[in-house]
Ligand binder design. Sequence first.
Ligand code: FCB
Length: 394
Amino acid sequence: MADPGDVRRPKRLSFPAGFFWGSATSAYQVEGGIENCDWAKLYPAGRACDHYNRYEEDLDLTKHLNQNAYRFSIEWSRIEPEEGKWNEREIAHYRKVIQSLRERKLEPFVTLHHFTSPQWFATKGGFEKQSNVFFFVRFATRLLQEYGDLVSFWITINEPSIYAYQGYFKGIWPPQKRSVVSSLRVARNLIAAHREVYKQFHSLRPDVNIGIAHNMYFFEPFHKHSPLDRFVVALCWRIWNDHILRQIKTCQDFVGLNYYFHGKLMFPGLQRNEKRIVSDIGWEVYSEGIYGILKRLRKYRLPIYITENGLADAKDKLRGDFIKDHLTWIHRAIEEGVDVKGYFHWSLIDNFEWEKGFGPRFGLVEIDYETLERKCRPSAHYYSEICKNNALVI
Ligand code: FCB
């Protein structure tokens, strides 16, 4: 007979009051109809999820799922389709989006640059040219003037290191360059752009919150005690994770963390991940990594928002546990004094996954690309309960 003492009581992990529970998207991946940016010819996204026209429906869904925040990006090529020409209709469009968020009591987290740039900016050399930083800062400042009364949280740049790496080192994303020098230059200019926007924004509105969404890997040594493996790991932390954050240490109000990857490294740099669980696109699921990163982010003494975390899982077999496990580790970090203030799941809806197209399904909500019908996956309801209770039961 089972010993009644063995029955494990469910444990309730409560999150701090005022915690932001949300999900994230980006304009090019969901809106549709973006033809004037540097991605459009190489990797057309067509009508995508038609979020541009259906944002109210999508925000209703977000609300219905008990979320209280939403991260999205504003498409620069819509706002400034030609150099120095502002499209008032598009400016009004995003104002309506932000107002719709406010009406639903969803806190807007606005990204200014999420991988796409207007074609004219790309033609001018994009972020590879230091003098072009000016154009981005001008665009950003315009948005602050337009929406500053409604938006407190701004993310200047999404994943500067991924952007520099994929587009200028690996040559997969536009402008498909393969040059170490170019990628370093782009990273440097993105940092400069962020710093300048930070300065501008704070001089115009001292109370805004500005950060970047930084893609960080959880690196660890394959042989725990091997000095060589530990050396490689230390180097990777420094180059990939810490470099950018150090550069903007004095000009960010929060740390935005996008967590997807784990690297178990062996000298001289081989990756030896066990990959016990993988998503539909082969990315390893490694929830404890988020805890390891959060502990190390404590040294910045700033609030932390998980600006992205999620997986491609069309059948929704793993997503519920993925959310539960990551949140359990996040909760543990909070208990140990890390100031995490919000979590944004990637993504609200299935969307256009860059060079991979529409195959990968990252959404809490499934999209039927024929009919554009939205259908909540079971994990969306599971996450919704957590959001509602501001607590996770394990
Ligand atoms: C991140 C991107 C986001 C999405 C996820 C899966 O690197 O910021 O747009 O593509 O990966």
